[in-house]
Design a protein around this ligand. Structure first.
Ligand SMILES: [Ca+2]
Ligand SMILES: [Ca+2]
Length: 213
């Protein structure tokens, strides 16, 4: 029997490649991680994919040449990143095989360095497509299932996301303070906890027309 397989090793894959859901205010710089879970049949030395998003809501920092930042698994000095002129096709790899992403690895492969240019209340899907992995031989090409996210433009204090800051937002923040839930929109003080202080600050903004900034 003829064997058509010239290369005995299997194609590199992973349980998933995912883009994290995120949110930010207009003008804010947000780092959105792309993660890989449980690399199999690697190591992976090159990754290519497209990231699809609404370019009127998010802008990659292309001019500053920092559109793509190293992730946990690509921290080695020989990893290089290329962003297509369409601002969505991304290729990255390392020239040093010892830096390739090893089997069983889980972590971030890159961070997308977005500036939020959309307005409050807008949202965009964040989707990965045409994912391709290559092992050090360059012959074995594989892929992994994509897990997609969304990005929402919010306004600090607008906890229910209806575009206005009202006592309803203060009431929700107070409920969160009691239950221990967290929302970035409700954390006016910026200490990574939603407490009755945050609810009070939202209520004050409603009552006294203070502008939350
Ligand atoms: Ca609201
Ligand atoms: Ca707080």
């Amino acid at each position: 029997m003829l064997s058509l397989c010239l290369h005995a090793s299997a194609n590199p894959t992973a349980d998933s490649m995912s883009i994290m859901s995120a949110a930010g205010e207009r003008g804010e710089i947000v780092h959105v991680p792309i993660n890989i879970v449980n690399v199999v049949s690697g190591p992976i030395q090159t990754i290519r994919f497209d990231v699809l998003y609404d370019h009127s809501i998010l802008k990659l920092d292309c001019d500053g040449n920092n559109a793509i930042l190293n992730g946990d698994l690509t921290a080695g000095i020989n990893w290089t990143f290329i962003l297509g002129t369409n601002e969505q096709s991304i290729t990255f790899g390392t020239s040093d095989q010892s830096e390739a992403i090893r089997n069983s690895s889980t972590g971030s492969v890159i961070l997308l360095n977005f500036t939020v240019i959309g307005t409050t209340g807008q949202a965009t899907p964040l989707e990965l497509s045409d994912i391709e992995f290559s092992d050090p031989s360059g012959y074995n090409l594989g892929t992994a299932p994509a897990i997609n996210g969304t990005f929402a433009v919010y306004r600090l204090g607008d906890v229910n996301g209806d575009g206005e800051i009202t006592s309803a937002d203060a009431a929700i923040a107070l409920q969160m303070a009691v239950s221990g839930e967290y929302s970035k929109m409700a954390d006016i003080s910026g200490d990574n906890h939603v407490t009755s202080l945050d609810a009070l600050m939202i209520q004050q903004a409603v009552t006294d027309s203070i502008i939350i900034d």
